[in-house]
Design a protein around this ligand. Structure first.
Ligand code: FES
Length: 115
């Protein structure tokens, strides 16, 4: 079935924990498929904007496992990358992984001068 990939054609199990209390979803990622693409294929809505790694709207926190960015994640500062933040639009799982997702996560990277 095209919409129901098996472990054979989608080797990595990706657990998405919604930071805003929206629950947890588990999707499978195909080889070379980004976290965002795998989530969309499974009808799990995640925030996104540019889809090129520039805007950081899709920021997530990698809690376990590993991903590789397809290209330089320009939307993240080195200290954010060091802290475990990734961009789901260009982050391709390289193992089973667990991520904290949702628009609240991107908000953690900016300082709000009004608070
Ligand atoms: S959607 Fe813009 S960096 Fe991912």
């Amino acid at each position: 079935m095209a919409g129901d990939p098996t472990a054979t054609d989608a080797p990595y199990r990706v657990t998405l924990e919604h930071a805003d209390g929206g629950g947890t979803a588990v999707v499978r990622a195909r080889a070379d498929e980004s976290v965002l693409e795998a989530a969309e294929r499974a009808d799990v809505a995640l925030p996104f904007g540019c889809l090129t790694g520039a805007c950081a709207t899709c920021t997530a926190e990698l809690l376990a496992g590993s991903v590789e960015h397809r290209r330089e994640p320009r939307g993240l500062k080195p200290r954010h990358r060091d802290a475990g933040y990734v961009l789901t639009c260009i982050a391709v799982p390289t193992s089973d992984c667990r991520l904290r997702v949702g628009s609240d996560v991107a908000g953690e990277l900016t300082t709000n001068p009004w608070r």
